[in-house]
Design a protein around this ligand. Structure first.
Ligand SMILES: Cc1ncc(COP(=O)(O)O)c(C=O)c1O
Length: 422
């Protein structure tokens, strides 16, 4: 997105131009100063960006496909929450040829992908449809259904739109206790389903709640319960259709959880869940900015809000134009580091809404405009690379990597690198 800015060279000029702009009879006389510049409004004003490496994303899809191993099992790439903060449309386009389809949480996320021209199956995991049943049908989304009352609504929408039979994926609850039909309600659900000739069961799914836990027993138990559901469906003369159960951890660790599709999210974005030993994944997001101010502080000077933090020695303090409004969460004020000049520099004091102050005392020749990496790699003075990972940021923030990338806010521009075809 390139923007053209007409830069007026005097304040008087600005006032006159503004007056002319609001007076239609004067508009054709509008004279701007004869300077104009072309700049990227997203990055040339504030240098804080999230770089998304689409080549890495595609390589991660390959890594996961080979970890899953079986040609029978496809990848259902989980791109909910704007692809965990990476940008759903760009990620879907990059992955198009490598995956069976895409999973989103919300109907509107699915509509966004369809409108962007994505033609593969789009499975809506969220199970919440409000008044959107016609949109689901019109945009050829695959609804995951856990509430029998939605069946009649989808059947009516299909009828009204004269659509072909709508395939629904039945969600069953095997222990997550979040969404899904429980086994004592399955018969009622099936009775309702078979009443509607415009619908058919095209898939069956559940969600694993501890696939990255040390103990395999919870997952084994969930798989045992799932097979009970399959038996129940068979008893009604129904086939489950496409079965999908595993998230990234489940897909990699539990061969018996792979079935027809695996729903991989975090692995695509370069994070190997605990106990998976997927050391070959590539980080996808880099968060970077530049120093916008530097000050030499004496020992004992206050930094940031509250006066709680004081320098303990003469220090060089750099101000970064990134804060908790960007998703650089305040919770890690006491523990986070950034990379500057290839060195780890500590966040000095409470992260503010738009700015963060870091200690760059030990960075030689540091100056305003120097690059700073908040997440990702930076070469050091001797050519060595240091890297801040999503896992590390999550530890500093007392959360999980899923949350760290997902909360990088909208106002941080996503810049795509790698042509998505590497
Ligand atoms: C229903 C469902 N399936 C799959 C996933 C993907 O999980 P992961 O990111 O661990 O691969 C999620 C993530 O939250 C989910 O909610």
């Amino acid at each position: 997105m390139r923007s053209i800015a007409w830069i007026l060279n005097t304040t008087d000029g600005l006032a006159a131009a503004t007056a002319q702009l609001f007076d239609p009879s004067q508009r054709n006389k509008l004279r701007c100063a004869p300077i104009y510049q072309v700049f990227d409004i997203r990055t040339d004003i504030r240098p804080t960006v999230a770089e998304i490496d689409l080549g890495a994303l595609r390589r991660n899809a390959d890594v996961l496909r080979s970890a899953v191993g079986s040609a029978k099992t496809g990848l259902l790439a989980v791109l909910k929450a704007d692809a965990y903060g990476h940008g759903a449309v760009a990620c879907a386009r990059a992955l198009e040829k490598k995956v069976w389809g895409f999973a989103v949480s919300l109907v509107e996320e699915g509509v966004e992908l369809r409108r962007a021209g994505i033609e593969q199956p789009i499975v809506v995991l969220g199970c919440y449809y409000g008044l959107s049943h016609r949109d689901v049908v019109a945009y050829r989304l695959t609804p995951v259904v856990a509430d029998a009352r939605d069946l009649g609504r989808f059947a009516r929408a299909a009828d009204e739109l004269s659509a072909p039979r709508v395939g629904i994926h039945l969600k069953v609850d095997t222990g997550m206790s979040r969404l899904g039909v429980r086994s004592d309600r399955l018969d009622g659900f099936v009775h309702e389903l078979v009443r509607h000739s415009g619908l058919y069961l095209s898939g069956l799914c559940t969600h694993l709640y501890d696939a990255d836990g040390e103990d395999a027993a919870p997952t084994d138990e969930q798989l045992r319960r799932l097979s009970g559901f399959v038996d129940q469906l068979h008893a009604h003369g129904l086939k489950p259709g496409i079965v999908h159960v595993a998230n990234t951890a489940g897909a990699v660790r539990f061969a018996e959880a792979r079935f027809d599709l695996v729903r991989a999210g975090i692995g695509l974005f370069g994070v190997a869940p605990a106990h998976t030993e997927l050391s070959t994944l590539w980080p996808v997001m880099t968060l970077r900015t530049k120093i916008i101010a530097l000050r030499e502080l004496p020992s004992g000077e206050t930094v940031s809000y509250g006066g709680r933090t004081r320098t303990t020695q003469p220090s060089l303090c750099a101000t970064l134009p990134v804060g908790y409004a960007d998703g650089y969460t305040r919770r890690m004020s006491d523990s986070a580091y950034v990379l500057c000049g290839g060195q780890r520099c500590k966040v000095l004091a409470p992260i503010t809404m738009d700015m963060t102050m870091v200690d760059v005392t030990l960075v030689p020749h540091v100056k305003v405009g120097d690059d700073v990496v908040l997440l990702g790699a930076q070469p050091g003075p001797e050519g060595q690379h240091d890297r801040i990972t999503l896992d590390e940021l999550a530890t500093w923030a007392g959360t999980i990597p899923w949350e760290v990338c997902t909360v990088v806010s909208k106002r941080v521009p996503r810049i795509y690198t790698g042509d998505g075809r590497t």
